[in-house]
Design a protein around this ligand. Sequence first.
Ligand code: SF4
Length: 470
Amino acid sequence: MSDLPPFTNSLSPVCPGLFYGVTAADGLLLRIRIPGGQLRREQGRGLVALAEHLGVETLQITNRANIQLRGLKEIPRPEVLERLQALGLAAQNPAVDVLRNVMVSPLAGCDPAELVNFAPWLRELEFFWANHPGLAQLPAKFSIGLDGGGLCSIGQRSATVAEHRYNEIQLTALAVDPEIAPGLETGIYLHLMFGIEKKLIPTGVLVSPEQGLPLIKSLIWAYLDYCQAPDRPPKVRLREIMADWGLETFLNQARRYLDFPLTRHPKIPSLPTHPGQQHLGIHPQAEPEQVYIGIGLPQGQLTKDQLRGLVGLASEFGSGDLRLTPWHSVLIVNTPSLQIPAVIEQLSQFNLSPFPENPQGIVACAGKPGCAAAQTPTQADAQVLGGYLESLSLTTPVNIHLTACPKACAQPSPAEITLLGIGPDIYRLYLGDLRDDQAPVMAQQPLAELLPLIAATLGPKSGPAHSSRL
Ligand code: SF4
C-alpha cells in the first residue's frame, strides 16, 4: 500500500477526484473512477459501506459511468481511502487516479454482436498507469474509449444521439476486407479515432486487436512528449496538440514507440449503427439462455439501499457484477433467462424496474446548490420535468438537457431540447442544442411556465404509455 499524500480540498474548478475534494455549494464533492463502469460485487459492497460511513444517502452515476458522492461534510480519513485502494476503487498512486477514466462498452464480454471484448484491457491499463507515475502530467480530462463493435456501444454508433460519448483516444472494432484496406487480410481490426470538440475524427489507421494496446501506449507517450516540451502550458488537451502538430506529426511521434507500421487507409466503411436504448430492458446475451437486465436511474441517482439491493440481486441471479453505463443506468449481467420474473419482482422491492413506463431522456447537470456557477436548480427541476413528462405518456424517448450555465457539462452530445439556466429560476428553451447556432430559442421563463410549451413541442411523441418488454 502506498503512503497517501494528505487529502486536499480545492475551491478551484478542477475535475473532481477521490484524493482531493472539490468544494461545491452543498459540501464536498468526490468522484470515484470505475474503469469501464465494471463494478465487482465486493466493490459494490464497498461503495455502500463508504456511503454509510460518510453519511451519504444517494450516489450518482456520471455520464462517464463513474460514481459521484456529494454534500459531504468532512473529508475521508486515510484508512477509508486505503480501503478503496484495496478494493480496486482507487489507484495505488493517487497522482494517476484520474487516468482510470477509461470507457468501454458496458456489455463488454456479454454483447451478442461484440467483435472484441475490451474488458481484459482495463487491467492492463491499470498496470500501465501504476508503473508510470510520470503519466500524472497528462490532463485530468485525458480519456480513452474502447468500443467492441457490439449493440451497446460508446462512440457515435447509437441512433439515439444523446447516447454518443467522446473520448480523446478511441478504438472501435470493425470487420474489414481487402477491398476496403488493400494489404490487409479479412478480419477484425481496430479503427483509431480522436475525440476533439465533441466529434470523433476518423484517422483511417487500422491495427489488429493485438496491436491495439501498444498503439494506445505509443499515443500516450507521444502526448506526453508534447506536454513535456519546453514552454508548453500545463495540462495540454489533444485538440491543442492537433492544432499545433497536426495529425501526421502526432502519428509520427507515436510511430517512434512502435515496432509495427501505422498505415492510414482512405476507405474505412461507416460504422454500423444500433437502435439505441440497448442499455434498458431485458436482452439476450451472447451466451444461450442468459440475459442482461438494464435498469434506468433518473439522473443516474440511486440510494445506498438500492445499490445494496442491486449488488444482492446480481449476486443471487447473475455473476455478482454490475455494469454502470454512461447513460444513467445499471446492468445486471449473466442472468439465466428462467430467473427473469424473480429478478423483476425483487427489483420492484427497491422501486426499480427494467421497464420504464414512460421513456425519457432527461439529463441535468449538478446545478444549484451543487455548483457555484449554476443559475438554476437543475437536478430538482429535472424531477419536476420528469413528473410532467410522465403525465404526457410519451411513446418515444425525448432528450431534454437542463444545464445551469452555458458550459453544458452534463451532456457531451447534441440535445433534442435544451433548457439553459440564465437567471434565478429562469430558463431559456432551445429547440435543439444550445451549442448549435441554428437552434431556435422558443422562450425565456420559469420552468413551470415553459412546461406547456414543451408539451406542445413534443406533440407527436405523446400517446399511449409505452413498455419496452422483451
Ligand atoms: S453546466 Fe452545470 S455543473 Fe457544469 S459548470 Fe455549469 S452549472 Fe456547473
